[in-house]
Design a protein around this ligand. Sequence first.
Ligand SMILES: [Zn+2]
Length: 488
Amino acid sequence: MRKANIRTLSGVAIVTSLTKPHPCPGNCIYCPDEIKMPKSYLATEPAAARALALKFDPYRQMQKRIEMLARSGHPTDKIEYIVKGGTWNAYPLKYQYWFVLESFKACNNLSRKKKTSTTQQYNNITIEKLKKQLKIEQNYNDKHAKHKIIGLTLETRPDAITAKTIYDMRIQGCTRIELGLQAPDDKILKLIRRGHTVEQFKKAILLLRQTGFKVDLHFMPDLPGTTANHDVEMYKLLFSDPGFKPDMVKIYPCTVIKTAKLYNWYKSGKYKPYSDKKLFEALIEIKTNTPRYCRISRLIRDIPTTDIKAGNLVTNLREELKKEMDKRGLKCRCLRCREVGHSTTTLQHNNTSATHLFVDEYETVGGDEYFISFEDKKRQTVFGFLRLRLPNFDNSADLDNLYKLMPEIKDCAFIRELHVYGQLVGIGKQDNKATQHKGMGKKLVSRAEKIAKKAGFTKIAVISGVGVRNYYRKLGYKKQGTYMVKKI
Ligand SMILES: [Zn+2]
């Protein structure tokens, strides 16, 4: 059976779990509201339907998904774990720790002789005890498990990001945050009752970056109070204003869902989405204005069209856009479109000797970012990349609390992300045709260390997923707090 499925092309198996329904502090007018589902999710969305059937049990969700992937022939030893369900930090801390603990247990128990028992009732367990158990499971995952969690993504709101929530999410093993902004325009945020300001978003992304996190920003065109032109302008602002510059974006054009307040606005004529044609043209502009370091990770949401009362109904919008852009000779330079495997040059380029090392530098609030990548000469295909951050500590007033909680990262440069693409190969297995595990990662890390050293840094910290700590140990890194740190 061929393994060249889109879900594993970027080198890892993706497992998504949903948290149980829980009130969200937000009150956004476009957000669907179903009692049996976590806020903002519909029972008919495929991933959500699976979670509902398993009663949102993290243990069963994880094991079911791994079994499913394994049955269809996917390697499952490297797992990128994504937890969805709205605002993570709005859940009680005990629930958060329990959810992550059960997820790690589920992974570990699949290859463990003496299995740890699952915990259904966590209310009587103290947070300290949950943390202790989690540490045991994480260490097992790091050192022994066959299925390693190499990254954990949590979804939250900018107003929930504080030194304390960042600290807890690090202990939980989180490496990437999905952060809703929707529109970098306070007038629109107010109109849609988003409940936070643009400034709050900027503060959140700064704190996250100064702690090495990757940030996936949610952008929502076609909201009330905007126009197609304004959406394009706002999108451009995301990459010209040093207060934003996200690593990834999810673009979800606003749709009218029956259970959302926006449906009443739509019925009464207070809101009308702009035409399909205008949206299509705006998205072409948006794609052509995305820089190389950013990945458009999603374009439109997986909502069954029967649930959409108004707004985009084209489910293969991404393909339609590509077709039209090809016709006009336009290209999306975003990371996703250039990943080896997604781009059309895959086969010719499996020979990695054709690669060149590029270093793109860009300025953000609080520090400089370096996007270091192996690409073909024409920069059409990316084989691997690394995100290096060199923080400047001039405006560190907000960061004092962070360094009190996580002293290990003070004065550190950060490796925020390292990714080498290729067909997914089992850890330790050799496959000459695949690009992974060919020393590309090592070369990227070495270049990052050189750049940091030259800029005067003496330490470098990696926000490493639990399951990749060992990779960094081999490169001379040691675990300090929740990071892998090396003196350079
Ligand atoms: Zn793209």
